[in-house]
Design a protein. Structure first.
Length: 142
């Protein structure tokens, strides 16, 4: 495990906790995370950088369109998806988001059945847990 890896997941955990409490993701946390991710990406070759940035832009454009149609995601979630996609890549981001969506739907369904009356839930904890579980599964397979 590298130092950058630990810093990224530490910042993601901080973002998740803040989002759970206040239902928003501060730009300062995202900028700090983006700075760490840029440092990581810029230490690689140019084709790696371009591939990560372009795939993240594609990923974010899709979710920005979804936000405009459904109003389900917040702008903080979209910015978080961009930064994490730059760091983790498109494939990991897709699977992490798939897990995040399924676990978020299950969580919402359980809360609905328990009649807790939740009308909005923070999505970043599900995004972060998706990345974390994907990373753990990948390491267990190796």
């Amino acid at each position: 495990m590298t130092v950058i890896y630990i810093i990224v997941f530490g910042l993601l955990l901080l973002i998740s906790i803040y989002d759970c409490i206040y239902y928003k993701i501060p730009n300062t946390f995202l900028l700090l995370l983006f700075g760490v991710v840029c440092f990581y990406v810029l230490t690689k070759d140019l084709s790696f950088c371009m591939q990560r940035i372009l795939s993240a832009l594609l990923f974010v454009i899709i979710f920005f369109a979804i936000k405009q149609i459904t109003r389900g995601l917040g702008y903080g979630d979209i910015k978080l998806l961009f930064v994490t996609c730059v760091y983790f890549g498109l494939q990991k981001s897709f699977f992490a988001l798939l897990f995040a969506s399924v676990s978020g739907i299950i969580f919402y369904a359980v809360m609905y059945i328990c009649r807790k009356g939740i009308n909005k839930i923070p999505f970043s904890p599900f995004i972060v847990s998706g990345y974390l579980l994907f990373e753990l599964a990948e390491r267990l397979i190796r």
